[in-house]
Ligand binder design. Structure first.
Ligand SMILES: Cc1cc2nc3c(=O)[nH]c(=O)nc-3n(C[C@H](O)[C@H](O)[C@H](O)COP(=O)(O)O)c2cc1C
Length: 230
């Protein structure tokens, strides 16, 4: 009997060892896919046409490293994303990228924030459930005082108003179509032309349609202060 127990123990240990080595192998594969962190790459959900209603009073904050790898997300970010905190940390921020978003918007965003500048953008995000939510975002770039190098990026978001979503959706659909037909630079040209006819920058256009003036601007500034910026 004792021998039988012992055999059972040995075989359990062997199974555990096998499991562990399987995990190790998976970790190696994941590291190869995503070399910055040893987080396994998460399978993206299939988008479904259902909106997540955001609380207009709450804010969504995340922080990334210079490559856009998530280092921190506040409670609301974790809740709305649908992922567990440990699933998010170490993942590229495009984990919540929605396929309805044109690439050119993220290109503009990176061009600005990597120069230490802000951009006020409207973004449709994808949650783990496949549902979507629209936000207005504001960014901050944290630069190391001594080296002058970028240490991290912060994004502050709040619910985008419904009337603004109605206005931006046709523009983003058009940009997506152009990207498919003639690439991201084609979409940039169209966007520049579109904004010229409005006599506005992208940010001014977003600020106008979302009414990010007065109170909302004050609110974004307060958020930044809370996180130790400007
Ligand atoms: C601080 C910060 C916040 C970001 N927030 C979002 C976000 O909410 N949604 C999103 O799709 N991309 C966000 N991005 C941009 C992603 O890193 C990525 O560029 C984008 O999702 C496009 O993905 P792709 O390059 O795989 O097409 C953020 C980047 C940074 C640095």
């Amino acid at each position: 009997m004792a021998k039988e127990e012992n055999n059972k123990g040995t075989s359990m240990l062997a199974t555990l060892k096998q499991e562990l080595s399987k995990e190790k192998q998976e970790e190696v594969v994941a590291t190869e896919i995503n070399p910055t962190f040893s987080q396994p790459k998460i399978q993206k959900p299939e988008p479904i046409d259902k909106e997540i209603e955001l609380d207009p009073k709450r804010y969504i904050v995340s922080k990334t490293d210079p490559k856009g790898i998530i280092e921190y997300g506040n409670e609301y970010f974790v809740e709305i994303s649908g992922y567990q905190e440990h699933e998010l940390i170490g993942q590229p921020h495009n984990i919540i990228r929605h396929p309805d978003m044109p690439k050119i918007i993220f290109r503009l965003m990176w061009e600005r924030i990597s120069e230490g500048e802000n951009i006020v953008a409207m973004v449709k995000n994808l949650s783990k459930s496949g549902r979507y939510y629209w936000v207005i975002t504001d960014f901050d770039t944290k630069i190391n005082k001594f080296t002058g190098e970028i240490e991290s990026y912060y994004a502050y978001r709040k619910a985008a108003p419904k009337h603004a979503i109605k206005k931006i959706e046709p523009l983003y659909q058009k940009l997506l179509k152009i990207e498919k037909e003639s690439g991201i630079e084609g979409a940039r040209k169209y966007l520049v032309g579109y904004l010229e006819t409005q006599n506005k920058t992208y940010d001014q256009f977003i600020e106008e349609i979302t009414e990010v003036k007065g109170l909302a601007k004050f609110w974004f500034r307060a958020m930044k202060k809370l996180f130790g910026h400007k």
